[in-house]
Ligand binder design. Structure first.
Ligand code: HEM
Length: 504
């Protein structure tokens, strides 16, 4: 080894120690956000944050205001909670605030997925095209067909007989199975071909069963807090899911989405092995389906708990589909026009999402930079830190923006003329982003319209074919599973019983 090499080797531990000490001794510099490191070195606020992020961030907001930096397990995270200033993060250049780096860390922790770096901007543009225009029309048709298959063939519910089940279990199962068949393809050939759904019904049920087991372990996997036994279980479930959802097993399927074909080609082009391809598919299954079931669950539950809301939404449904009822025929299709004109249902869905969608919108700081807030203040951010928005606390649950923010008001997003209400204010100024279940800016959810269409179609089919009610109407709405804050739509900490029967 050369002298230069030996000197470098000797210097390396010193450099690492210096870097570590700088972090240990980190103090707030001029123009930086207030810094709160907690009392435990390195761990910082990790415990309070992991236990109940919403409560912790509300307290921090009261203590420090709309922007502050906290230490969480050795990482410094700046939370920006002023919704008027969100554009500074949503539209920041990707060489300053990066979406992909933190996403890659989570992909590895949760799904063991490690993919070669690719051009994210180009990929996102292509991805978007698979959820818009004709692709969206195809997805909507296909989802309608698959919802029919799962609801009418897969729910094993004899006509006129009540069946009891947990509401989350029922809704999540139907949405995930239909959503999976829509994106990944099915055995039966045509939209109209309902002769061979048995295999799709069986296969999607197996996928759902394993998916739910994994879903319940993923939060701990993301925080690296799985026990040894849980880790073993998660590995086994992922293996079983990979056997069920392989690229090859989907090659001969019909009615795959254009997204699936694109993603399959993409995985081939970046030359990852077959095992990694399957793991990437499981990750995609979670990314595309993990929020839809829980969002639909909360919508149905809030409707069931609010007779006034149920009446209004059902009334709109009946007006929209009266002709099918009159002709005594099944609904053959629910097209975009019909879906777009159900404003009451839209408002109820937006309200359910306002109350339950709690994603962290996280970006990695790639270079020292300054963040300019709407009120003119400017804050320095340091490279290697993270920036995070938590719209659930602000603006979604802010009493200044929404009166009685914890109450479900189905018509909160309806204007006086019956269309969508978009005017909400904070500090006397109109909010550009009053409700952010889908994120916004350059990384906004590309599947938003497909997800909304799917949820609305499900509600319509439920009204059309089923009677349904809570088993015990006085049972309280379950509390949130607070460990899920930060990962999209939260789930309840326990299910609630409901009953349903096919209309005769
Ligand atoms: C209720 C259902 C859903 C909710 C609440 C939701 C929410 C979100 C959120 C909050 C983000 C991240 C935004 C950010 O960090 O800036 C996101 C990203 C994404 N969502 Fe969704 N989503 C839903 C359903 C779907 C569906 C059905 C699909 C596809 C079929 C989908 C595909 C994606 C993709 C591909 C991204 C990453 C976008 C990027 O790389 O820039 N989502 N979603």
């Amino acid at each position: 080894m050369s002298w230069a090499g030996i000197s470098l080797l000797l210097l390396l531990p010193l450099l690492i120690a210096f870097w570590g000490l700088r972090r240990i001794w980190r103090t707030r510099k001029p123009n930086e956000p207030p810094l709160d490191r907690g009392v435990v070195p390195w761990l910082g606020h990790a415990l309070e944050f992991g236990k109940d992020s919403a409560e912790f961030l509300t307290q921090m907001k009261e203590k420090h205001g709309d922007i502050f930096t906290v230490e969480i397990a050795g990482k410094f995270v700046t939370f920006l909670l002023d919704p008027h200033s969100f554009d500074a993060v949503f539209w920041a250049p990707s060489d300053k605030l990066d979406f992909g780096k933190y996403a890659e860390i989570l992909m590895d922790r949760m799904f063991d997925v490690r993919l070669p770096t690719s051009n994210m901007n180009k990929e996102r543009a292509v991805l978007k095209s698979h959820f818009q225009n004709e692709s969206l029309t195809d997805l909507t048709k296909s989802m309608f067909h698959n919802l029919n298959i799962i609801l009418l063939n897969g729910s094993s519910c004899p006509i006129s007989e009540w069946k009891e089940e947990g509401l989350l279990a029922f809704v999540y199962k139907v949405m995930l199975r239909a959503g999976y068949l829509t994106l990944f393809g099915r055995e039966s050939e045509q939209h109209s071909d309902s002769h061979s759904p048995a295999k799709d019904v069986r296969h999607s049920q197996e996928v759902y069963k394993e998916f739910r087991k994994l879903d319940q372990l993923l939060m701990k996997a993301a925080r690296k807090t799985l026990s040894r036994g849980e880790k073993k279980e998660a590995d086994a479930v992922k293996r079983r899911l990979c056997q069920l959802v392989t690229i090859n097993s989907h090659k001969d399927k019909y009615c795959k989405s254009s997204w699936f074909e694109y993603y399959r080609r993409h995985l081939e082009e970046i030359e990852v092995n077959e095992e990694m391809q399957s793991r990437a598919l499981i990750l995609q299954l979670w990314a595309t389906q993990g929020n839809v079931g829980p969002a639909t669950f909360w919508l149905i539950l809030y409707l069931l708990k609010s007779p006034e809301a149920m009446l209004a939404v059902k009334g709109e449904f009946e007006r929209t589909f009266q002709s099918f009822k009159d002709r005594n025929t099944d609904i053959k299709e629910i097209n975009q026009d019909l879906l777009d004109n159900m404003f009451i249902l839209d408002s109820a869905l937006n309200e359910a999402l306002r109350l339950t969608a709690a994603p962290f919108i996280t970006r990695e700081v790639l270079a020292d930079m300054s963040l300019k807030l709407a009120d003119g203040r400017e804050f320095r951010l340091r490279r290697h830190d993270r920036v995070c928005l938590f719209p659930y606390v602000s603006p979604q649950m802010d009493p200044e923006v929404y009166r009685d923010p914890e109450v479900f008001q189905y018509d909160r997003f309806l204007s006086a003329n019956g269309t969508e209400k978009t005017f909400f204010y904070k500090n006397g100024k109109k909010l550009k982003y009053p409700n952010l279940p889908w994120g916004a800016g350059s990384n906004v959810c590309v599947g938003k319209r497909h997800a909304v269409n799917s949820i609305k179609q499900f509600v319509c089919l439920l009204f059309f074919y089923f009677d349904f009610e809570l088993k015990n109407p006085s049972e309280k709405i379950p509390e949130f599973d607070r460990s899920r804050y930060g990962f999209g739509v939260v789930q309840p900490n326990q299910d609630i019983s409901f009953k349903y029967r096919r209309k005769s």
